[in-house]
Write a protein that binds this ligand. Structure first.
Ligand code: GDP
Ligand code: MG
Length: 363
């Protein structure tokens, strides 16, 4: 793609404060949670610019873009990313599911986010499709020492700018040995991430996946908030704050007993919205980091020890209170179009707070 060729050569081109640039979005979740399909359908949807109003894709014909609207688009950053994702989308269109992936796959993506207040409209990020097995290997309860985290996962965590956690709500209610182990490993990973110097500023989006099928399960628990409190308690406690989305990357149709085939006729639900939330947060945090770096530089100069402009080493930057409020065990639940369509009329149509959660407040 010609535009991709104009993109910055490496995501590391503009190093933020810290030892390594945070240029990675980790997509995590158990085997079969829907990560691979989710990424492919998201990137496919974002080939066309999508306009959002206050973080949501407005439905209805009456809405016109204006103040408060932002537009998001994505381009494949390299040929491997383009090929692998296009072939998954083509397979889905031909009614077959992708072959399960065993290894972590890194997708290079150039995101363009435009709108009021966006400081870095174009941003190259690596979307890492991290299999549950990698999480288990690194954070199995039998091996809790963070010193033994494999280099690959350790490196990915050090570079993480944002996290998408995919959870299949049907599996989450099953409480099998496997799903408990995976939940524990996920919690250990998130705690590790949060404990790093900049870890508390990393936004986390939880996507309840395959909700074309799982929505009934969520409703049976009394709604998204109750579902999250009952089944995601330890995860929410580990992250402190997250947004929870009810998402669906495809539909599926039962064609023979026990076999469903994909159907891509309907658009994705709540895939673009979480990515928009994460990118907006990365943009704000980046600005905060840059300001902190400038303040440190000025301070150092005032004391007669000029520091290099790029990467102050010894003293990590103090990042002010996060632009997005951290609320212990609170989650901002976003009910998207899917939820509204299936739910009863008194279901809230906009974002609703869980706990004493607050929306992002500052710039
Ligand atoms: N109904 C439905 N099924 C899905 C969806 N996404 C994935 N699946 C199913 O879940 C399986 C695993 O998806 P995949 O993306 O490979 O999961 P991963 O292991 O997390 O990468 C697929 O083979 C499909 O059967 C979805 O949006 N809706
Ligand atoms: Mg996969």
């Amino acid at each position: 793609m010609s535009q991709a060729a104009n993109a910055p050569k490496t995501a590391a081109g503009r190093a933020p404060v810290g030892a390594v640039p945070r240029d990675t979005i980790l997509v995590i979740g158990g085997p079969g949670a829907g990560k691979t399909v989710w990424i492919a359908r998201l990137l496919d949807a974002l080939r066309t610019p999508t306009t959002l109003l206050n973080g949501r894709i407005p439905d209805g014909d009456t809405w016109i873009s204006g103040p408060g609207s932002t537009t998001l688009q994505a381009e494949f950053g390299d040929l491997d990313t383009k090929r692998s994702n296009e072939s998954i989308v083509a397979a889905l269109e031909a009614k077959s599911w992708p072959v399960p992936t065993q290894d972590a796959v890194e997708h290079v993506v150039d995101f363009t986010l435009t709108g009021e207040g966006v400081r870095t409209p174009r941003r190259r990020l690596i979307l890492v499709d991290l299999p549950g097995s990698a999480l288990l290997a690194a954070f199995a309860p039998s091996n809790p020492s963070t010193l033994t985290i494999g280099w690959t996962v350790g490196n990915q965590l050090a570079r993480t700018a944002a996290v998408v956690l995919l959870i299949d709500p049907v599996r989450a209610t099953e409480r099998s040995r496997e799903s408990i182990d995976l939940a524990n490993a996920t919690v250990a990973m998130l705690e590790h991430l949060r404990a790093s110097p900049e870890g508390r500023s990393i936004p986390v989006a939880i996507a309840l996946s395959k909700c074309d099928r799982g929505y009934k399960t969520i409703m049976r628990e009394g709604g998204v908030r109750q579902f999250a409190e009952r089944h995601l308690g330890s995860v929410l406690e580990a992250v402190g704050s997250a947004r929870v989305y009810v998402s669906s990357a495809t539909r599926s149709r039962l064609v023979s007993p026990g076999y469903r085939e994909p159907s891509t006729r309907r658009p994705v639900e709540n895939l673009v919205e979480p990515m928009h939330f994460l990118l907006g947060t990365i943009d704000r945090i980046d600005a905060i980091r840059r300001r902190a770096a400038l303040v440190m530089q000025a301070e150092a100069q005032r004391r007669g020890h000029p520091e290099p402009a790029a990467v102050p080493r010894r003293r990590p930057a103090r990042i002010p209170a996060y632009a997005w409020a951290i609320v212990l065990a609170g989650a901002l639940v976003l009910l998207g179009g899917l939820a509204r369509k299936i739910s009863n009329p008194q279901q809230p149509s906009g974002p609703s707070d869980v706990g004493s959660g607050a929306k992002e407040s500052s710039r």
